[in-house]
Design a protein around this ligand. Structure first.
Ligand code: HEM
Length: 234
């Protein structure tokens, strides 16, 4: 009796889904929406900086103790971190594989290859790279405090003010916030199409929603460095 080899077995549904272009796009859409949900919560938390150090630092403390007394300190925070990391990895890997597939699918190499990718595609790819680099810098700046000019544990208000009191802090965050806006604008629209929410009647509403969301998020995030630069928050 011959033993079953790997190729005899049917591939699992998950494998078939992940191997398909539409499957990878769905993974991008869902992971993108998870991160968008986090950004909406994050920008609301950031706006608490306008209510003073006590309120903002108390919010920073709550992030570590949320879920208690059922959960031990930082357990809920770690659950959020693991979910976000999974979303970032799923998003990045599917984006990379889709772009490789896109290049391979071309029958002949274009002479002017650069010109053939659309403005939106280029913005999304470069925006994604900028955001990935920004997230690393941001974690080193305000979570591990490694590169923060003040770096005082338990004092996020003072640390944020210290970051935006340097010219490079302002430049890094303002460029990244612009990338966030552009990425969310096109990404939200693409995700809605991939997940089947778009149709001729709804497309206009979806575009308005994507633009509005991108604008509100960018304005909310940008308001913090601008407030420090202008002395409104100090
Ligand atoms: C002006 C804009 C922003 C400010 C002032 C800001 C501020 C902060 C602060 C103060 C923390 C640390 C909270 C704490 O541990 O006490 C933090 C954490 C974090 N931020 Fe931001 N943030 C900004 C934009 C962003 C953006 C655009 C993203 C994503 C693209 C992002 C992703 C994160 C992540 C992933 C964490 C780590 C949460 C954790 O695991 O502890 N932030 N941010």
């Amino acid at each position: 009796m011959a033993l079953a080899t790997r190729t005899d077995r049917h591939p699992s549904l998950v494998r078939v889904f992940w191997a398909s272009t539409v499957g990878k796009k769905a993974v991008m859409a869902v992971s993108g929406l998870i991160m968008l949900g986090y950004l909406v919560a994050h920008v609301m938390g950031n706006l608490k900086i306008f209510f003073g150090p006590e309120e903002f630092n108390a919010y920073g403390h709550w992030l570590r103790t949320m879920g208690g007394p059922v959960l031990h300190e930082k357990w809920a925070l770690w659950l959020v971190r693991v979910a976000l990391l999974a979303a970032v990895l799923a998003h990045g890997v599917s984006a990379y594989q889709l772009s490789r597939r896109d290049l391979r699918a071309r029958p002949v190499r274009y002479v002017h290859r650069r010109r053939r990718t659309s403005y939106a595609t280029r913005t999304m790819r470069w925006g994604g790279v900028i955001l990935a680099l920004f997230i690393v810098w941001h974690l080193l700046d305000l979570t591990t405090l490694t590169v923060n000019p003040r770096g005082q544990e338990g004092h996020p208000y003072e640390n944020v003010v210290a970051t935006f009191s340097t010219w490079y802090g302002d430049v890094i965050y303002l460029v990244a916030m612009l990338a966030v806006g552009l990425h969310v604008r096109h990404g939200f629209w693409s995700a809605a199409q991939t997940l089947g929410a778009g149709n001729a009647a709804r497309d206009r509403t979806l575009k308005v929603l994507a633009n509005g969301l991108a604008l509100v998020l960018t304005a909310g995030f940008v308001s913090v460095p601008v407030a420090v630069m202008t002395g409104v928050v100090s």
